[in-house]
Design a binder for this molecule. Structure first.
Ligand code: PXG
Length: 466
């Protein structure tokens, strides 16, 4: 048996990692100089590293381990499925039980008439599917010119060419370019960009940019709008409450397809099964991944409404699919994960127990001198670090300097809390208990205190000039 062991000394593993492993979204030379932290085990909300340190995972891996680490049922289902039917495809008029059962379960869980599932291996692939699906939809309807998709700056929809283009992150576009037919409007980020406007007015103004963009391009050119109910990778940006109703109104008015990217917000993260339910969005297509399998298997997909599925079917063969679309092992594990979420009432736990308990403590972080606003929807939260709360000021240092320092303190204190620019973000496993929330908050406070002291010592608590 080819064994990858955890028994090599950490330094040797780090040297092999630096020599042979290209990491995603990582400065390779910076990492090689420092050595990556090597995770070896997970149980519940806890990780263990190769030095035996126990770390509380405030990010559920990469926003995905919703049911927590170490669930035996998921391992058993995977092993059983591998023995029974490790692989078969769903092309060319074949199918298998796990894909059928998972598609039917998703149709039951998803709101409205989102009754049809196209499987992918990841969120990025699912969004690539969505680009092709919405363009195909208008083509079959005799409107092939309707192919532009409107998305938001600082949105994240993946890192394939399609997903990266839908996303509104300039550094990603700078590495490899963009596909054609994608347009971006501004994000609904009141704390950072709202100026003197009220949150509600700002939410409306940012939503109205969609209408302006549709009119500028011509409604006969626009296929769809895509947005995350809450921007995750962009910094857990919770839109003002006026934003989504206005976006919905505009999509309805102009007959534009609405895609809700639920890769992070799906499967309980916001205290409902889907973020669309939390914000009252009625999408034609939902992108799913991550929490679908709690990250135990790579699987994503698009849940599609009756009308879009019907029209695409009318067009005959849709020339699209992945070898691993509906992979039986991934589908079986996802199905078992949904059973756990449902039977253990984990979504209700988020809504009724974990969210209210964390909310009180998360909001109290705004008493800390470094912390401006605190946002928490379900178990998806962020705090804005600022040198001057009243002015919602940014730091004079390059964006991310303060956030990175704070993240380093968290990491040293065995708490995984990430930074996006100078916002700190959390998204813990949904099974987190009140006692574990206490530990998370205690470590976050300690890290904020240490970061504050070091910033002060280095003269970095300075606001950017207006
Ligand atoms: N849509 C959304 C909303 C996402 O958050 C994707 C699509 C792409 O999914 P895949 O499975 O292809 O990665 C994501 C992924 C971060 C970070 O830094 C976030 C994601 C991925 C990697 C890093 O927060 N989200």
């Amino acid at each position: 048996m080819n064994m990858i062991t955890n028994h090599l000394p950490t330094a040797e593993l780090q040297a092999l990692d630096a020599a042979h492993h290209m990491h995603p979204f990582t400065d390779a030379n910076g990492l090689a100089a420092k050595g990556a932290r090597i995770m070896t085990r997970g149980k519940g909300v806890w990780l263990t590293d190769s030095e035996g340190q126990k770390i509380i995972d405030g990010m559920a891996g990469l926003w995905c381990v919703n049911v927590g680490y170490g669930r035996k049922e998921l391992a058993e289902v995977a092993a059983r499925q591998m023995e029974e039917l490790a692989y078969y495809n769903t092309f060319f008029q074949t199918t298998h039980v796990p894909a059928i059962a998972l598609a039917a379960k998703l149709a039951e869980l998803a709101p409205g008439d989102l009754n049809h599932v196209f499987f992918a291996g990841s969120g990025s692939e699912a969004n690539d599917t969505n680009i092709r699906l919405v363009r195909r939809y208008w083509q079959v309807k005799g409107m092939p010119e309707k192919r532009v998709i409107i998305a938001r700056k600082n949105g994240y929809h993946g890192s394939t060419m399609g997903g990266g283009s839908l996303g509104g992150m300039a550094p990603i576009h700078a590495h490899g370019g963009m596909i054609d037919g994608i347009e971006h409007i501004d994000q609904p980020y009141w704390w950072g960009e709202g100026g003197e406007m009220t949150e509600d007015d700002f939410g409306l103004a940012r939503a109205k940019q969609l209408e302006e963009k549709i009119l500028e391009l011509g409604v006969d050119k626009v296929a769809a709008f895509i947005g995350e109910p809450i921007q995750g990778a962009g910094g857990v940006i919770v839109p003002p409450k006026t934003y989504w109703p206005e976006i919905q109104r505009i999509c309805d008015k102009y007959g534009i397809l609405l895609i809700a990217d639920e890769v992070i917000t799906g499967f309980g993260r916001t205290g409902n099964w889907f973020g669309s339910q939390t914000f009252g969005i009625k999408p034609h297509i939902m992108t799913i991944a991550k929490g679908l399998s709690s990250g135990y298997q790579p699987i994503g997909g698009s849940i599609v409404c009756d009308e879009v599925a019907r029209v695409v079917a009318e067009g005959g063969e849709f020339f699209h699919g992945y070898t691993y679309s509906g992979h039986p092992v991934a589908a079986a594990v996802a199905l078992e994960n949904l059973r756990i979420l449902q039977e253990e009432h984990i979504v209700e736990h988020v809504r009724d127990v974990a969210h209210p308990y964390l909310k009180e403590r998360w909001d109290a972080l705004t008493e800390h001198p470094l912390v401006g606003e605190a946002k928490l929807v379900g178990l998806m939260g962020s705090i804005a670090l600022t040198p001057d709360k009243a002015k919602r000021a940014k730091f004079a240092s390059e964006s991310g300097t303060v956030g990175f320092r704070t993240r380093e303190r968290c990491f040293a204190n065995n708490l995984i809390m990430r930074h996006v620019g100078d916002r700190m973000i959390i998204s813990p496993p949904l099974v987190i208990t009140p006692a574990e929330i206490d530990i998370l908050i205690e470590r976050a406070r300690k890290s904020l205190d240490e970061s504050y002291a070091s910033l002060k010592a280095d003269g970095l608590l300075v606001a950017k000039a207006d």
